[in-house]
Design a protein around this ligand. Structure first.
Ligand code: NAD
Length: 313
């Protein structure tokens, strides 16, 4: 199938583009290479994909004409987004890259004759402080990020039906692994441990629990969603580990893997943080046979190896 992956220069998108090509799809990437984190990491991903014969169109979904890149596309994975909870990120970047970009992509796809499947990467953040419930739970996001992802979900679902193609919303949970965004807990902790620097811990966050999910497991679920698309059409599906681990435990694991203690420097609590996420994956098991297998330790070892080989900002 001819598949477009938006956000292909990013962490999950680059892994997904490779896995789709491995599965025999004809993949094109699209990414604006926004400056949210070190662009050299995104350029590395674009180069890695190019070496595999996957081209990435450098286009901004919120501003550029999108017609030509969509020619002949039968499936779209929409991962491009403004992620994160950083208080330094302008609220407008979330609205622009999560809501406006999604609307413009869907506008450009309107009446597209070959399109069959639109898969949208949403987030456990749409649930709110706790994300442990099944997909039909009430949504109460506590961050601008979560609110803009909830809005984008609603736009995707509203547009699919009248356009005669089907959509599937996949809610991802704390994805980690090689190429992870440098602002996230695990790469930040790995970098601090390796350099002997203090790790900045947001007050109270040591007890937060997350459904840490290895990127390879998530990507397997995403690829299967397209393979089994008729079964997933119109569905919202959680994709994450069905267990949760505290921040403190992750920091201990990182210190074990690096073989150095991690000293902690406390920072004021960060608004918008969730208390507990643990993916309820009954539906993903039933529809996709989803069963994440990578242990947190193995995943951190693989990510530590990548961090050791990469200069991350
Ligand atoms: P990422 O920041 O590494 O990738 C997102 C990519 O989108 C970036 O390369 C960025 O340049 C691109 N982009 C942003 N705005 C764009 C625009 N207007 N036009 C074109 N490209 C644009 O993030 P990621 O961690 O790989 O996340 C991928 C997707 O998965 C996002 O939709 C995110 O909300 C979702 N998600 C991620 C996680 C996680 O733990 N990483 C958890 C839940 C959901």
């Amino acid at each position: 199938m001819r598949v477009l992956v938006t956000g292909a220069a990013g962490f999950i998108g680059s892994h997904l583009a490779e896995a789709l090509a491995d599965a025999g799809h004809d993949v094109t990437g699209l990414d604006a290479l926004t400056g949210y984190y070190d662009r050299s990491l995104k350029r590395n991903n674009v180069d890695r994909l190019a070496a595999r014969g996957i081209e990435t169109a450098r286009l901004d979904l919120a501003a550029d004409p999108l017609g030509p890149v969509l020619d002949g596309i039968e499936g779209v994975y929409h991962l491009a987004a403004q992620p994160g909870l950083s208080p330094e990120t302008d609220r407008r970047a979330f609205v622009r890259n999560n809501v406006r970009a999604t609307e413009r992509l869907l506008d450009a796809l309107a009446g597209h004759p070959q399109l069959r499947a639109f898969l949208f990467a949403s987030s456990s953040s749409v649930y709110g402080r706790e994300a442990t419930a099944p997909e039909d739970a009430a949504l109460a996001p506590v961050s601008v990020y979560g609110r803009t992802k909830r809005r984008a979900e609603a736009i995707v679902r509203a547009r699919a039906e009248p356009e005669r193609w089907d959509s599937c919303v996949l809610r991802l949970f704390s994805v980690y692994g090689p190429r992870e965004r440098p602002d996230k807990l695990i790469p930040k902790a790995l970098r601090c441990a390796r350099r002997g620097q203090a790790f900045p811990l947001f007050e109270g966050s040591e007890h937060h629990r997350r459904s840490f999910t290895y990127v390879g497991d998530v990507v397997e679920g995403l690829v299967t969603a397209l393979d089994r698309f008729p079964r997933c059409a119109g569905e919202v599906i959680n994709l994450g580990a069905p267990s949760s681990t505290s921040t403190l435990r992750v920091l201990e694991r990182v210190a074990e893997v690096v073989g150095r203690p991690l000293c902690i420097e406390r920072r004021p609590a960060r608004p918008g943080d969730q208390q507990c996420t643990r993916a309820c994956i009954e539906k993903a098991r039933r529809l996709l046979g989803f069963a994440p297998t990578t242990s947190l330790r193995d995943g951190i070892v693989r990510e530590a190896d990548w961090v050791g080989r990469t200069r991350i900002g």
